[in-house]
Design a protein around this ligand. Structure first.
Ligand code: ARG
Length: 465
């Protein structure tokens, strides 16, 4: 039993905490994950205290090496986390007392758990951002590889999930590249506001010691120190921003997941999922299920939930720190873990997709996907677009009735709809259709090649691939 450890926290009380309360208020079952950040913060703090003459050099050394050995114990699985000590901060401190005796009591000079936990989470989110960006970059690289390898494939583009106009598959994939590019930028932007040192804010008002916050910021890799102690200990908007950026990223991933699920169905049959990324059914032996994509789509719900949860936790709490804020962690950890694993699994899934070129071409050339091009053709012959639209509408109606594709309609039949049609109407193909969309951002091969090159530059400039 950690009578002493708990007594240090409860010096004004005569009674011990009720067992149930101990469990209820404890965050150690999840915040043990902050041990690295917590110990790094404490080591920097001890070094600062000695540099400022607040504790002796010898004390700082004893504290620092004690903390380092606690980190080793945790990493080797030898550390026993105790719920009665509430959280990672008190668990580490208690162990430090056991190891080095009363000197351990000097570490908490000029510090509170409030600025300590704010520091730990900021360090954690900073790392999470860098891992997230790196996973996103890797995934963008995969999208780009697949787009480049299938550069010339024309697929049906959809609106309302109805075949609409032909587009290059590479153009379609680059749309996702663009979404994930904005996601990367959102995380990078979030980093700017996360990269602020809260340590030195004390419990809420600052501390009454001559500390050096700039030194702490340098040691811990922050580019700024916080400018308001009340704000620094009670702000969690950087966590909310991370979770919001994660929610948007998962939304993008979920859309792609949905397409892969559709595309891998027998109905579409555009892609085949590699066996290593597919799952099977316990009853139907023929099944090859896209569970990775389905789970990425499904997990998006939980990521939204974590964002809503923290927004709601924060909305009614007065300044400064309140224990409600301990509720920031589980959702954050879950979001980081889920996002990183989703991005990783998805990169593998997309990388190993087999593209069914023949089937995609068949879908792109079937149906009346070139109807807009026929209307554009009539516009080029001098008709106003609305009139051209209506003539081609009639033509489609006729073609459906006769079960013919546009290429199977004779010139005489075309003439029944408009005298403006000529032999060159047969030159309208899916290739001609995409090539015609030669505007910035359009699907013409020339535009898409340039877009691929630009995307490749973005990836190589980021140093990831
Ligand atoms: N476990 C707490 C949290 O995560 C640490 C801060 C506790 N501060 C306090 N004043 N009780 O928020």
């Amino acid at each position: 039993m950690n009578n002493k450890g708990q007594a240090r926290l409860r010096s004004r009380f005569q009674k011990k905490a009720d067992k149930l309360v101990e469990q209820y208020v404890a965050s150690i079952p999840f915040d043990w994950r902050l041990y690295r950040q917590d110990i790094a913060g404490s080591i920097a703090h001890a070094q600062m205290l000695t540099k400022q003459g607040i504790i002796s050099e010898n004390d700082a050394e004893v504290i620092t090496s004690g903390l380092a050995s606690i980190r080793d114990e945790i990493e080797q699985g030898k550390f026993e986390f105790k719920p009665e000590l509430e959280d990672i901060h008190m668990n580490v401190e208690n162990r430090l007392f056991k190891k080095i005796g009363d000197v351990a009591g000097k570490l908490h000079t000029a510090r509170s758990r409030n600025d300590q936990v704010a520091l730990d989470i900021r360090l954690f989110v900073k790392e999470a951002i860098s891992e997230t960006v790196s996973k996103l970059r890797n995934f963008q690289g995969v999208l780009l590889d697949v787009a480049e390898a299938n550069k010339n494939i024309i697929m049906p583009g959809y609106t309302h999930l109805q075949r609409a106009q032909p587009v290059l598959l590479a153009h379609h994939l680059l749309a996702y590249f663009a979404m994930f590019q904005r996601d990367v930028e959102r995380f990078q932007d979030c980093l700017k506001r996360t990269d602020v040192l809260p340590l030195g804010s004390g419990a809420l008002a600052g501390v009454a010691y001559p500390i050096d916050r700039e030194f702490l910021a340098r040691k811990l890799g922050f580019s700024q120190v916080s400018g308001n102690s009340l704000d620094a200990v009670s702000d969690r908007d950087f966590v909310i921003e991370y979770e919001a950026a994660a929610a948007i990223t998962m939304m993008h991933l979920s859309r792609l997941a949905e397409e892969i699920i559709l595309w891998s169905s027998d109905e579409f049959d555009f892609v085949e999922i590699d066996e290593a990324y597919a799952t099977s059914s316990s009853i139907m032996p023929q099944k090859k299920n896209p569970d990775v994509a389905e789970l990425a789509r499904g997990k998006t719900g939980r990521i939204y939930g974590n964002l809503m949860s923290l927004l709601t936790v924060m909305k009614g709490i007065p300044l400064a720190y309140n224990r409600d804020m301990q509720e920031d962690k589980e959702g954050l950890f879950d979001t980081v873990d889920t996002l990183l694993s989703s991005l990783e699994a998805f990169a593998g899934l997309v990388k190993t997709l087999k593209v069914n070129t023949a089937r995609i071409r068949e879908a792109a050339t079937g149906s009346y996907i070139l109807a807009t091009d026929l209307a554009d053709y009539l516009v080029n012959k001098g008709l106003p677009f609305r009139q051209a639209h209506s003539i081609v509408g009639k033509l489609v109606q006729y073609a459906i009735k006769k079960s013919k594709g546009f290429h199977e309609i004779s010139l005489d039949e075309y003439h029944m709809c408009s005298p403006l049609f000529d032999k060159d109407v047969y030159a309208i193909t899916v290739e001609a259709s995409v090539a015609a969309r030669d505007v910035a951002g359009g699907t013409a091969p020339k535009q898409v090649s340039a877009a691929l090159a630009r995307a490749r530059k973005v990836i190589s400039a980021s140093g990831e691939k």
